[in-house]
Design a protein around this ligand. Structure first.
Ligand code: ZN
Length: 248
């Protein structure tokens, strides 16, 4: 059964970062109707939020096959949740590894809360797939990124909302290098260039310095991960990963 016959539409959890930009392209390739949702939980900077608008606009402009599938963007205000987090992402704590072995950028249960909000919105919008960039491979140790957590969450959402949602995580088992390969498989070098130029990953919100892999401070954990993935992909001669194909 083709994916397009399975559902009516998808809601992409979209932060404007590399991963969620690839997820947006993946959803546009697959679903006839795609909307995006972002969360304002008191990030240190608006850079991420600006990147969202830029990536959406360029995708609509440069990829005509996708532009009529791309529906509205939704922004949900969640500052109260950011207050609970109190971590390096939203407060002023340094980047470090905590006693639990988790990076201080981790906001406890963030993806669980995002998925709950996204599901409520998807219910209202008549969308059945929730698409997120959660990833177990190369990941930063966030327990709510694991597919086990997502499966449990999917079940809870479907029971609690009497729904038939599917939580799609196309990057779950990809390395960061393979995520670049998937971007190329979805939209060619043109999409790779768009993601390099317009998506934003750096925790410090730094867009002064342009590296081969995009803008960022180059030293925070998010920049290091993005740079390492890029270098791995380039070292392998920029391979292509087709959506739906298993990574080599
Ligand atoms: Zn950085």
């Amino acid at each position: 059964m083709g994916p397009m016959t399975e559902t009516t539409g998808a809601l992409v959890l979209f932060s404007g970062g590399q991963d969620s930009s690839v997820c947006l392209a993946w959803a546009l390739d697959r679903f006839p109707r795609v909307e995006t949702v972002g969360f304002d939980y008191g990030q240190r900077h608006g850079v991420e939020l600006e990147a969202r608008a830029r990536v959406r606009a360029r995708i609509a402009e440069d990829f005509p096959a996708w532009s009529n599938r791309l529906g509205p963007d939704h922004m949900l205000e969640m500052r109260g949740f950011g207050d609970i987090g109190e971590t390096a992402m939203t407060g002023e704590r340094a980047f470090e590894i905590t006693a639990k072995g988790l990076p201080s950028t981790y906001v406890p249960g963030r993806n669980l809360v995002f998925l709950t909000y996204a599901a409520a919105l998807a219910d209202r919008r008549g969308l059945q797939a929730l698409v997120g960039g959660m990833c177990e491979t190369d990941f930063s140790g966030y327990p709510d990124c694991r597919r086990d957590s997502i499966d449990a969450m999917e079940r809870a959402l479907n029971l609690g909302m009497a729904q038939d949602f599917r939580v799609e995580t196309p990057l779950m088992y990809l390395t960061k290098a393979q995520t670049w390969a998937l971007a190329k498989g979805l939209g060619g070098e043109e999409l790779v260039e768009l993601i390099v130029e317009d998506s934003h990953t750096c925790y410090r919100g730094d867009r002064d310095e342009r590296h081969a892999w995009g803008y960022g401070c180059g030293t925070c954990p998010a920049c290091e991960l993005r740079a390492r993935g890029w270098e791995g992909w380039v070292a392998e001669d920029r391979p292509v990963l087709r959506p739906g194909a298993a990574p080599a």
